[in-house]
Write a protein that binds this ligand. Sequence first.
Ligand SMILES: [Zn+2]
Length: 235
Amino acid sequence: MSLATRFLPAFLATLENFAERDYFAQAAPDRCPDGHVYFWDETAIRKTLVMQLGVAAWPLADADAAAMSDEQVIEYMEAFFQLVAKPTESWFHSYCGSSHPTKFDIASGRYDYTVSVNALLDRFGTGLRLQNGKIRSSGSQVMAPRLAEALPFGGDDHLRGLVTMALVDFRSPDPQKRWNALRHGGRGADPPNPALKVPAVRVLAVVWVCHGPRTGRLLLAFRGFGHVRPLGPLG
Ligand SMILES: [Zn+2]
C-alpha cells in the first residue's frame, strides 16, 4: 500500500492543524487586512516548496495527491519540517478578530512536527520514522537496537559485506533499496559453507526484523530454512 492511499490525507489534515495554530506563519504567512501575519498562504507555501524541491505543486488537488509516489510524499514530509516554527508570543487584533504571532521557536516547532508526523507514520503502519528532518526506515522499535549488535560472520568477508550492505539499505526510505537489502540478506542466509548456517540465520533474523514477520516467513519458506529458529536474543 502506498503512502498516498491513507497516510497522505491524514498528513495533509495534520498540516492544516499546524497552519491553524500559526506554525507556518513565520515561513509562509498569510496577512490580515491590516498586514499582520497569521495562518499560511498557499502561494508562499508553494514558493518555499519549489525552492527546496525544484518542482512542487501546492495546494494538492485530491487527484494529484492520490497519484503521488512514496518518494514524493517523503519529500513533502521533509520539506515541511524545514518550514515549521512554534509561535511563542502573539497578540489579539480586534479589528480582524484574530491573534497574530510575533515570535517563533523553530526547534520547538520542529519537535512538535516530528512527534505528530511519527504518530501518524506509526498509526498507518508505514515502517517509517522522521528523525532530524529526514525520513528513515524504522523496522521494529523493539528490535531496532539489535541491528547495532555485532553479528557472527564466522570470518566470512563475503557474508560480512552482504550484511553491511543490507543494513545500510534497510535504513533507507526507498522501497527499492529495502528490497535490495532483503535480497542481500537472503543471499547471506544461504551460504555455500554449512558451518555458516547459524550466522546466516542471524542474518535472516535481521531481515525479518527489518521487513516484518510476513516477508521474513516467506523468505524462510523460500529458502527451506523453515525448521531453523532464529537464535539467541533475536529469537
Ligand atoms: Zn489582524
